[in-house]
Design a protein around this ligand. Structure first.
Ligand SMILES: Nc1ncnc2c1ncn2[C@@H]1O[C@H](COP(=O)(O)OP(=O)(O)OP(=O)(O)O)[C@@H](O)[C@H]1O
Ligand SMILES: [Mg+2]
Length: 352
């Protein structure tokens, strides 16, 4: 494989909880994910609230440094990028966040959100060329420039604001868009339109997408591969067909069983797992100063798992290859091969 465009290798992030609290939260533990240079992909990161999805996104975007492992752009650690490479990275790897209202300054017309990045990244363009780029960006996401420009954020609908954010990412000619719950604040009726726009952008402009969601249905529709996270750990990774149609990890099985099917009485794999209802989960904590390798703790899902075995509480299971194109971190598959970081990274984008 050629050097990836963007990759997380065994990336971890812990947070201290405050000055007087010596406990740390392990928000992301040992995550590997690759966005290849030569082939656009759509990778979903799924998991319930608090599982570490946004933290992993922020690591990939360089907003947050990892506390373990590495995040690299074209082979170079993000934190060590030289000024020029950093500028290219900032342009090529774009973010679309959950709540577009937060990104807008209420005192500026929405034009501001678009003109500033264009001026910053394309200083050589003449005024009318910048304007043209902005209009093309808006049209690409289904917005009419004459109905959008000149308005203040509160004069637009949530769906329009979110589409402006996609346009903003788009008009910088990115290679990757990291979209963190891009439609969770948007009306159900608009959700499909925005996701279809993202999918079209991926196909027509060869832009890779990292689609972050707690919704497996849209993850399935949009992505080729998926990482399922639970309390900071990637518990299952690989081909989205395999993972959603025949989940191997008990947690993924629980998630899939809670996807409502069109027939309201039937649910996928209904009732296969008992456990606390999904909601905000508490990530594992470790004592400050005790340098326990993260992987040495217990399986985070042990308390909710119907198949729990004593060894699950002694050591966290590694990702093993349960079948071609997919891995799960579970002792149920004890005969399966333990994968190297490199192999897990390969599965994350379907390159293995
Ligand atoms: N800056 C921070 N300081 C301390 N703890 C943090 C910080 N950011 C995230 N965390 C903790 O890390 C864990 C993972 O948070 P994260 O936001 O990545 O989850 P998420 O999967 O994106 O959840 P959601 O679906 O609710 O957006 C949570 O327990 C959260 O409280
Ligand atoms: Mg989040």
């Amino acid at each position: 494989m050629s050097t990836p465009l963007l990759e997380a290798r065994g990336a971890s992030r812990t947070f201290g909880r405050g000055v007087f609290d010596r406990q740390r939260t392990v928000a992301v533990a040992d995550a590997s994910l690759v966005i290849p240079e030569d082939e656009p992909v759509v990778v979903a990161i799924a998991g319930e609230s608090g599982s570490g999805k946004t933290t992993l996104a922020r690591l990939l975007l360089g907003i947050l440094p990892p506390t373990g492992g590495s995040v690299r752009y074209r082979g170079a650690e993000l934190r060590h990028l030289a000024a020029k490479a950093r500028q290219t990275f900032r342009r090529q790897v774009q973010a679309v966040f959950q709540d577009p209202f937060e990104v807008f300054n209420p005192f500026y017309r929405v034009d501001h959100t678009l003109t500033v990045p264009v001026a910053k990244f394309f200083p050589e363009l003449a005024r009318h060329e910048r304007r043209q780029r902005i209009e093309e960006g808006l049209q690409a996401v289904g917005l009419r420039p004459e109905e959008t420009l000149g308005r203040y954020p509160h004069q637009l609908s949530g769906g329009q604001r979110q589409r402006i954010m996609v346009a903003r990412a788009l008009l910088l000619d990115p290679r990757v868009i990291v979209a963190d719950e891009p439609v969770s604040m948007v009306d159900a009726s608009l959700r499909a339109t925005i996701l279809e726009t993202l999918s079209r952008i991926h196909r027509e402009r060869s832009i890779s997408l990292v689609y972050i969601t707690h919704d497996l249905t849209t993850a399935y529709q949009l992505s080729h591969t998926i990482l399922v996270m639970y309390q900071g750990a990637v518990v299952e990774v690989g081909d989205v067909e395999q993972v959603i149609k025949a989940p191997k990890h008990p947690y993924t099985q629980l998630l899939v069983s809670s996807i409502p099917l069109p027939d309201a009485k039937r649910r996928w794999g209904a009732g296969s797992i008992e456990g606390t209802p999904s909601g905000a989960v508490k990530p594992p904590t470790v004592e400050e100063g005790t340098e326990v390798p993260i992987a040495a703790s217990t399986c985070a899902f042990a308390d909710r798992c119907p198949h729990v075995m004593p060894r699950c509480r002694r050591q966290c299971p590694p990702l093993v290859q349960t079948d071609a194109g997919r891995a799960a971190a579970c002792y149920l598959y004890e005969d399966a091969t333990v994968l190297s970081e490199e192999q897990v990274a390969g599965l994350s984008y379907g390159g293995m």
